[in-house]
Write a protein of this length. Structure first.
Length: 394
């Protein structure tokens, strides 16, 4: 079980699992830049790639090792001595050696039974340890495995001094309740520290990771923006910000560094951050609803669950179809335009009409223009075509 105030390791695999997202290719310069930002943000470990992919991948991992960053730099290896040799060429001191845990994957990938996999784990990890590497055992497809099989294989690895076991929900099949039970029961099968690696196929990777930590996992495997295969992985930014609030745990991640990191990864992956993306989306601290804005303007705690200052951000009030008098008055008061009740009501009615016509937000400058017209007693101008209003937006 999680102890109050526990430090949870944040192990980032953006440069390995994240780059496995369809169509994502990081250049060497981008890999190094992302690694630097991860280190600056305060992650504990960077899984820098898969050396067995070839010389170019080895070069990229070696370049990150050469940066001498604070986080541990690891390489991902299959259950093979040749993969270990490739990792050695990359210059890493730590490797994640992955083995299938479900009998389905054992039989399909290795044509082996659990005792045979345990013997192979002993051989390959023994080889890596003899070469001076620190080793973590990765449990591929752990969520479909018999925990007794995991116990057998992890036990063989533990005898060789591995420092961690990675429980991978490789297909993203778990829910938070089953995750909690799996990890809690796994504590009876192994004394190794547990890292949870969750995929997001059911949209539950963040919730599952938090549940795993509550049950006793001490490390979270994540990617920036949840980048990864299929539906991706647990997002670093969500786990880092949610952990202190939902599990009374702490990490070394600096939330104010997350926007810069996420922007960098989004650019390198040739994608954009969804506006409603939790933690780092452009709109998550933006308010249009009249009821919400009125409350926020009186006391931010009424509709503020997460303080934007934590992320180096601020609330933003926007004007649109759902705005109320408080928002319109606030926008105008910011430039010294004081609106009494009847004038504010007329301005609001006109602004709402513009929003409905254009099907978008109304810029503050346009709201103030309408307010000045009403204060001066000018005749309201005719509604321009929607495209004219749209051109007012930056």
């Amino acid at each position: 079980m999680l102890k109050t105030g526990s430090h949870i390791q944040i192990n980032d695999t953006t440069l390995r699992d994240g780059e496995q997202a369809p169509g994502v290719v990081f250049t060497l310069a981008e890999k190094v830049a992302i690694a630097r930002e991860l280190a600056g943000a305060g992650v504990d470990e960077i899984e820098a790639g898969t050396p067995a992919m070839g010389d170019e991948e080895v070069e990229g991992i070696a370049a990150i090792v050469a940066e001498r960053l604070t986080p541990r730099v690891t390489a991902w290896c299959r259950l093979s001595e040749t993969d270990v040799d490739a990792a050695l060429r990359a210059g890493v001191k730590h490797v994640n050696i992955s083995a299938p845990m479900s009998r389905l994957q054992m039989r399909v990938k290795l044509k082996a039974e659990p005792d045979e996999v345990a013997a192979r784990v002993t051989r390959v990890i023994g080889y890596a340890r003899d070469k001076g590497l620190e080793v973590a055992l990765g449990g591929e497809d752990s969520s479909r495995a018999d925990l007794r099989d995991i116990g057998l294989i992890a036990g063989a690895a533990a005898k060789l001094g591995v420092f961690r076991f990675r429980f991978a929900d490789t297909l993203g099949l778990l829910d938070p309740f089953s995750t909690y039970e799996y990890i809690k029961r796994l504590r009876d099968e192994t004394d190794l520290p547990i890292e949870f690696h969750g995929h997001n196929d059911l949209g539950l990777a963040t919730a599952n990771t938090l549940a795993a930590i509550r049950a006793g996992a001490s490390a979270a495997s994540v990617t920036v923006l949840g980048l990864g295969e299929r539906a991706g992985n647990a997002p670093l930014e969500e786990i880092a910000v949610a952990l202190p609030r939902t599990a009374d745990a702490r990490t070394g991640v600096d939330p104010t560094k997350l926007m810069r990191l996420c922007d960098l990864v989004a650019k390198a992956s040739r994608d954009s951050i969804p506006r409603a993306k939790p933690i780092v989306g452009a709109d998550i601290f933006t308010h249009e609803s009249g009821i919400h804005v009125a409350g926020l303007l009186t006391d931010v705690r009424t509709y503020q669950g997460l303080d934007p200052a934590l992320l180096g951000r601020r609330h933003k009030v926007v004007i649109g179809k759902h705005s109320g008098l408080a928002a319109v008055r606030s926008v105008c008061a910011a430039v010294g335009l004081d609106l009494d009740g009847p004038v504010a009501a007329r301005v609001l009615a006109r602004v709402k009409a513009i929003a409905k016509t254009t099907k978008t937000l109304v810029p503050d400058a346009r709201v103030r223009q309408v307010a000045r017209q009403e204060l001066d007693g000018a005749e309201p101008r005719d509604m321009a075509p929607a495209r004219a209003e749209l051109r007012l937006h930056p």
